[in-house]
Design a protein around this ligand. Structure first.
Ligand code: ADP
Length: 257
């Protein structure tokens, strides 16, 4: 009887521990939902007044302003533009994280998306003194997905590579077919990311501890957007990097058989 009592006691302790763990998981999930909801509400509420400010600034810019007013106007335009970028990134992150808006996949040509992205960053890369290489594998680079979202993935990774690579460096973007996947690789020989920083890299608002990288403006939302979009396409993204040597991001998207 004593042994049975002992077993029962142990089972009770285990059951209570399990219950506590389940509650904790539920609370964390609620907290995460709350955070997602908060971001969605805030970004929506900020977008409207921001559009009003931008529109009025634009009209103001067409007036014949005197020198000082012109400088104030330029500073406000820059600030508003930067705020708009943050709000748009927040809105996008909220949208792709929203389980109420699941992905509606259509065939997307990843090769064409990649070529578009590279064409867009070309002038920035050249102005910065970077070499930009692109390598698109032969046909069959189609995956089921959302073209705008895949554009965001390749675009964020490519503009980061350009942003965090010094003059004289090289940014290489490729998209190739590998078995039942399309693999997009964005490689640079720029600043690199330390091992500690790689741990938090895909979290929203994460920014590096590297002072050279912090000199560049940024929100720390780009890679969180990349990871969320890749996840809803049932793909994967990984990073390989060495501080001072460069970084390679590899995105793998399933072709769906
Ligand atoms: P942002 O660039 O707006 O700060 P991201 O989420 O795109 O936000 O990137 C998070 C951080 O990861 C950046 O602050 C930067 O330090 C680091 N990072 C991203 N891409 C690279 C890269 N190609 N080379 C070096 N550091 C990078």
């Amino acid at each position: 009887a004593q042994e049975i009592g002992h077993d029962l006691g142990a089972a009770l302790v285990t059951a209570r521990a399990l219950e506590r763990e389940r509650n904790l998981v539920r609370e964390l999930q609620q907290l995460d939902d709350y955070r997602t909801q908060l971001i969605a509400t805030l970004s929506h509420e900020l977008r409207t007044p921001l559009t009003v400010i931008s529109g009025n600034l634009e009209m103001l810019g067409e007036l014949d302003l005197e020198e000082t007013a012109r400088r104030y106007h330029q500073a406000m335009t820059r600030g508003t533009h930067r705020m708009g970028k943050v709000v748009d990134d927040l809105l996008l992150l909220a949208r792709v994280s929203d389980p109420q808006h699941p992905l509606v996949p259509v065939p997307v040509d990843v090769g064409a998306v990649t070529a578009d992205v590279v064409a867009l960053v070309e002038s920035t890369a050249r102005a910065k003194g970077l070499r930009l290489r692109v390598d698109l594998g032969p046909g069959g680079l189609v995956v089921p997905g959302d073209a705008n979202e895949i554009d965001q993935v390749v675009g964020n990774l490519t503009s980061n590579a350009v942003k965090y690579t010094q003059a004289g460096g090289t940014v290489a973007v490729s998209a190739v077919r590998r078995d039942d996947t399309v693999v997009v690789e964005v490689a640079d020989d720029g600043l690199g990311i330390s091992e500690e920083d790689q741990v938090g890299l895909f979290r929203a608002f994460f920014r590096t501890t590297n002072p050279d990288a912090l000199r560049e403006p940024g929100t720390g939302l780009g890679l969180a957007i990349v990871a969320t979009i890749v996840e809803r396409h049932r793909g994967s993204v990984r990073v390989s990097s060495e501080l001072g040597r460069g970084t390679t991001f590899t995105v793998t998207l399933p072709t769906g058989g």
